[in-house]
Structure formats: C-alpha cells, structure tokens
Design a protein around this ligand. Structure first.
Ligand code: ZN
Length: 255
C-alpha cells in the first residue's frame, strides 16, 4: 500500500511513484505493446539506446550491434543475437582488445547478446534487455598451445574439456579477461556467471601470483555460479548495470 500523503508529493517522489506504478502494471516488458513512459519518448531519450524492463522480461530500443574484429569473433548462429546496449558492446570490444594486447593472437569468442528489439531469446532466460552477453573461455590444445574455439566447450574443475577433445581451460588468459572486467569501470559490470569449480580455479591462479593477489577479493565478489540457472561450465555470462538515468524503465536484475 502507498503511504497517505498530507502534503503535495515532492517532484522526485511523484516521479518515483509513477515509475513504480508503471513497472508494477507490467506494461513495460514482454507485453507486445512496448509502451514507454512519455518522457522516454522525447529528447534526449528519443536519441538514446534504452534498456527496458528486467533481463528476463524486457526489451531494448536502438541497440548497438557487436562487430567482429581480429581479436573478437562471434559464434556461429549468434549473429542475429549480437545486439546490446552500447555500454555492453563497447565493454566487450575493450576487454577482448585488452586480452589480445597482453596475449597476442588471443581471440574472444562471443555468443548471444540480445536480439535487435530484445525480448525472449530461445535457450536463455535473460538476454532480453541488451545487458547480458555469453563469452567463451580461452583455451589451449592438448599440447598447451593457445587454440581458437568456434563453439562453447564444457570444462571440469581440473580445467579439462569434458568432450574428449583434449582442450584445456587457459587459466592465464581467462584470468586476463576477468581482470579486464574488474578494472573496466565504464560499463558498470554487475556480475559474471561461471561454474563454482572454474571460479575456484581462477581465484587460485590469481592467489598464486604476487602481482595478481590484490584482485582476488574483488574477483571473488564478481564471479558466481548462478543458483537458478545452468552452472556455466562452458562460458562466462556477463551482465552490466542499468544505464545511468534509466532507472525508471530499467530493472537491474531478473524477476
Ligand atoms: Zn547467458
């Protein structure tokens, strides 16, 4: 129940309540109508990329497309789903570039982001509002040489592929990626999903290196195995925060 107000509500409260009512009414996300509150249909919002609703019940407007680079490839089948908020797309490009700078030849393989209009995406619960991306692990072949993936491969806690390919989870380059995410404050990364055994591997790798130890606590807070979803033993899932100034239409987490 809303509190009874004896005085006219201050402007900020009115805005907040209007937003709450709008979201509670469920008119935002998956309702085919896709109606935005009026102020989001005017400048400057009418020129911006918008992330609307929840990651698992939302949509997006004016999404940006992730483009392939020498150091960033898109997984086959994911091209139609390579649209996200620019903050997400640019963050993926920056982090792929940073890993390739530290480990020349490294290529990040990116899976699904969202569809251009957002909304439900087969195979995912979230990935609806342009703030989620799946990223393959960096791997080595059976001889220890860096290898490039074209699909996601599942790894056990010993860092061995479970498909008999002999591929090995590349602790060093996967850590470089986590560190790139930890130090990227522009996109506002909320969390990164990965299986508990692989999370433990990465934290142990950093703890064993003097220069990396300072990042262990922050990395431990960023990386989790989600409780209500697949264990994420074949890719990272990264989610960014709601864009600034969009709290009225954007919900940070899934419902
Ligand atoms: Zn995902």
């Amino acid at each position: 129940m809303l509190p009874t107000l004896s005085r006219p509500a201050p402007h900020w409260l009115a805005t907040l309540l209007a937003g709450a009512v709008w979201l509670a009414a469920g008119s935002a996300p998956a309702s085919g109508s896709r109606v935005l509150p009026k102020r989001f249909t005017r400048s400057p919002y009418s020129l911006m990329s918008l992330s609307v609703g929840h990651p698992n019940n939302g949509w997006q407007v004016r999404a940006r497309r992730l483009r392939e680079k020498t150091y960033l490839h898109i997984k086959q089948g994911s091209r139609p789903n390579s649209y996200g908020h620019p903050a997400l797309v640019l963050m993926l490009e920056r982090s792929a570039h940073e890993v390739a700078r530290a480990a020349p030849g490294a290529v990040m393989l990116v899976g699904d982001l969202s569809r251009e209009p957002g909304g439900p995406l087969p195979g995912h619960r979230s990935h609806q509002s342009g703030r989620d991306a799946d990223v393959a692990f960096y791997v080595r072949d059976a001889k220890g040489r860096p290898a490039k993936l074209t699909h996601f491969v599942t790894f056990d806690g010993n860092g061995r592929a479970t498909d008999g390919s002999g591929l090995v989870f590349d602790d060093e380059r996967n850590w470089l990626l986590v560190q790139a995410w930890l130090t990227d404050h522009r996109a506002g990364i909320l969390h990164v999903f990965i299986s508990t055994p692989l999370r433990a591997r990465l934290l142990a790798y950093a703890a064993a290196h003097d220069a990396l130890r300072a990042y262990v606590n922050e990395a431990a807070a960023l990386l989790h195995q989600p409780e209500d979803s697949t264990p994420h033993d074949d890719h990272f899932h990264v989610r960014i925060a709601c864009p600034r100034d969009q709290d009225e239409i954007c919900q940070a987490e899934s419902m």
